[in-house]
Design a protein around this ligand. Structure first.
Ligand code: SF4
Length: 284
């Protein structure tokens, strides 16, 4: 398997399937220093060269004080590939880190989202490409089902709450196994964040659970992903999507009557035949 070819094919398919990109789009792609977002930026750049639809790309990195080492080299790597790069220090996130060093993912990602929109807006972009992978979708599906009672994962395409940006996830068909092989093959440097070593989180437990299942059946992730595109609404419990299950009337009940019931009442008894059959003429 050629990781680059496979990556481009899967990203291209996702873009086509969900109509993610339109002519003239200015796409901001957040590069976190991990393998997924780096693979995404490089794949989008490669596809922009052969796309029938013209679009531009601008990478950026939000500094939230969590990288284990400086990320300047990201700029060199991306610029060498023809992708402009912006480094944005999010002062609000740094203050959060000082004030609440043990803050959770919820608040951290909220701060990051605000910073992402800020950068995208400054760059004059109308689209933000996010690096969520097939693994993230599968974990989100399990997390939402098990912990929030909702059968949902992550949208492939959606609009930001303000309506200012189209948010796209071109890696929805791409597994992290593939982004790892791609970045390895291409010799791309990975800069982890301190959180990558966190244990005991729901995310980490779901990852372990899926990895455990995959050791018996290597297609578990692909199957879960395929299941999201093949919903059998009749075998779930959301009544909004259920077709009526009451017995359907038999054809004889729905067939038009040959003789209206009201008219039968006015026909003398002697002239009445079976219901629906016109009386014989008294003059005949
Ligand atoms: S894992 Fe770390 S960087 Fe990622 S959202 Fe959670 S706290 Fe923030």
């Amino acid at each position: 398997m050629n990781p680059q070819k496979t990556l481009l094919r899967k990203v291209g398919k996702a873009i086509g399937d969900f109509r993610m990109i339109r002519a003239g789009d200015r796409i901001a792609v957040g590069v976190s220093g991990g393998k997924d977002s780096l693979a995404l930026a490089c794949a989008l750049k490669a596809l922009s060269r052969r796309s029938p639809v013209e679009f531009s790309l601008h990478a950026f990195t939000v500094e939230q004080g969590k990288f284990v080492s400086p990320v300047d080299h990201l700029g060199d790597v991306l610029r060498r590939r023809g992708i402009p790069w912006t480094y944005y220090v999010d002062e609000a996130s740094l203050r959060l880190l000082d004030d609440q060093p043990d803050h959770g993912c919820d608040i951290c990602s909220r701060f990051r989202r605000r910073a992402v929109y800020e950068v995208a807006s400054r760059l004059g972009c109308n689209v933000v490409a996010l690096g969520h992978t097939a693994d993230d979708l599968c974990e989100a599906l399990l997390r939402n089902s098990l912990f929030t009672g909702r059968l949902s994962a992550l949208p492939a395409v959606t609009q930001s709450r303000s309506g200012d940006f189209r948010l796209i996830r071109p890696l929805v068909y791409v597994t992290e196994e593939l982004t790892a092989r791609y970045t390895d093959d291409a010799g791309l440097p990975i800069t982890p964040c301190v959180c990558s070593h966190r244990t005991g989180t729901v995310r980490e437990r779901l990852r372990t659970f899926l990895a455990d299942l995959r050791s018996d059946n290597p297609h578990v992730l692909e199957n879960l992903l395929a299941a999201m595109g093949r919903i059998d609404t009749q075998r779930l419990l959301d009544r909004r999507f259920l077709e009526p299950t009451e017995p359907q009337p038999s054809p004889s009940e729905t067939a038009p009557m040959l003789y209206p019931v009201d008219s039968i009442a006015s026909v003398p008894d002697r002239d009445r035949g079976p219901v629906g059959v016109p009386p014989t003429s008294s003059t005949g």
